[in-house]
Write a protein that binds this ligand. Structure first.
Ligand SMILES: Cc1cc2nc3c(=O)[nH]c(=O)nc-3n(C[C@H](O)[C@H](O)[C@H](O)COP(=O)(O)OP(=O)(O)OC[C@H]3O[C@@H](n4cnc5c(N)ncnc54)[C@H](O)[C@@H]3O)c2cc1C
Length: 417
């Protein structure tokens, strides 16, 4: 499968994301019937996921532009998918232990997996499983950083249920290579395929389904395909490694008043749209963002391509913010983002740092240390959450369909970004 849509997004910019959305909107009319097919170049899906993940563009903007052109009923499947992302985000915000539990298991499995299983996992991820159509998917991921949703489902299912490899390590492979890699969408989709997310529901890849929707992967790649034959595979027994506790979503204000003193803006890769929404009207004297800090490389082992895309997206966010706030922007490129933020705050003589609340995931994990380091320097950290995120997250307590019932009613009403 060659890959067309993301290349239009590189380098990652807001202008590119808005153009991709405008180009895709006419195709929303046929999205429902077309979406599930994996077509060469992926013309039937938007390729917007990395831009949405870094928030070069907001889900709310996608929704608003869609509803300016279609009725909710005519665009329902498309709007549902855009909102799945928010559903997963909100679900994880209420269960941060699922994120930390996954990371701990990845670390533990790297130490404890038998050499034979570890070698098999490596071979499957390298596209050397012997099931040629699945191997094509693994190679596409490494080469392009993008996979169609159906290919993600098939391959995750193959890894878990045919190869009987730990889902946590498969999710880690995706997390390292996907350009849209996201703490919520990735972890929770893998859990869904494994049968953990919706108890009693496991996703099993079937050859007839790949033949119908992904014939391109099979063309000239017959080897090993019978391992996927309908009925050939049984669900692997997968258990929770820790109890999934539910907590209240952390609360943040939806807007901030000017606090007085010198204010710096912390821009980060969970939301690179500083100039749109609750921070836009503040008087900011300096902006800073971590380009692709050492944590991404050393702890998460993100691929070079993924980190390059993040650097490009952050660079675009910084440039827009500097122009909007009329101040200097610092791209922090070192290994320790928190220490660098402390140095930046001192250099800029800041009284406070403001920013979007980071989500559960790598940045959420950094927040307590950042807060402590700034506090020691006498600098206050004030974080906001977009009002529409707070609303969407509050709907995400249980399954997707109750979420969608509330969300679709909410979408029809105008609301601030
Ligand atoms: C095992 C697995 C892992 C995944 N990991 C990620 C990930 O790390 N990051 C990520 O953004 N998505 C992930 N997804 C969801 C989905 O596959 C991608 O969002 C989608 O394929 C991106 O392509 P697109 O932008 O062309 O999608 P489109 O079909 O054009 O959809 C538009 C937008 O809706 C959202 N969306 C669509 N489908 C889903 C979905 N099933 N779940 C959540 N959001 C969705 C995305 O933001 C996407 O950009 C994963 C799915 C699976 C099965």
């Amino acid at each position: 499968m060659s890959h067309g849509c993301m290349s239009a997004m590189e380098p990652m910019t807001r202008a590119g994301a808005l153009k991709s959305l405008a180009d895709f909107l006419p195709k929303v009319a046929t999205y429902q019937g077309e979406r599930s097919y994996v077509r060469d170049g992926h013309p039937n899906v938007s390729g917007l996921s990395a831009a949405l993940r870094f928030r070069l563009i907001l889900e709310d903007e996608v929704v608003a532009q869609t509803l300016a052109r279609y009725t909710l009923g005519n665009a329902e499947k498309w709007l549902q998918e855009v909102c799945w992302r928010r559903y997963w985000k909100g679900w994880l915000e209420q269960r941060p232990g699922v994120w930390t539990g996954w990371r701990e298991r990845v670390g533990a499995l790297r130490e404890t997996l038998s050499p034979e299983r570890a070698a098999r996992a490596e071979a499957v991820a390298a596209g050397q499983s012997g099931v040629a159509c699945m191997d094509a998917i693994a190679r596409e991921l490494v080469e392009t950083g993008y996979l169609h949703n159906h290919a993600r489902m098939w391959w995750a299912s193959f890894w878990i249920h045919a190869e009987r490899l730990p889902w946590e390590l498969g999710a880690d492979f995706f997390f390292r290579y996907l350009l849209d890699a996201d703490s919520a969408s990735n972890t929770l989709s893998w859990r869904w395929v494994a049968g953990l997310q919706t108890p009693g529901k496991t996703y099993l890849v079937r050859l007839s389904n790949v033949e119908k929707y992904g014939a391109g992967y099979l063309a000239g790649r017959e080897e090993g395909r019978l391992r996927l034959a309908d009925g050939a595979m049984a669900a692997a027994p997968v258990e929770e490694s820790a109890e999934v506790g539910r907590t209240a979503v952390a609360e943040y204000p939806a807007e901030l008043a000017d606090g007085g003193g010198r204010v710096g803006l912390w821009l980060h890769s969970d939301d690179l749209l500083g100039e749109v929404g609750p921070l836009a009207a503040l008087s900011v004297v300096a902006v800073a963002a971590g380009l692709s800090d050492g944590v991404d490389q050393k702890i998460y082992r993100l691929s070079e391509r993924r980190r390059a895309v993040q650097r490009a997206a952050v660079g675009d966010g910084l440039e827009r913010a500097a122009a909007h706030f009329g101040c200097g922007a610092a791209a922090l490129a070192g290994d320790d983002l928190v220490a660098e933020m402390g140095d930046w705050a001192a250099r800029e003589k800041l009284a406070e740092v403001v920013g979007f609340a980071p989500m559960v995931g790598p940045l959420g994990d950094l927040r307590p240390r950042l807060e402590a380091v700034l506090r020691r320097q006498g600098v206050r950290l004030r974080l906001v959450r977009r009002a529409s995120d707070a609303v969407a997250f509050s709907f995400a307590g249980a399954g997707f369909f109750p979420f969608w019932q509330k969300m679709s009613r909410h979408l029809s009403q105008p609301h601030p970004l």
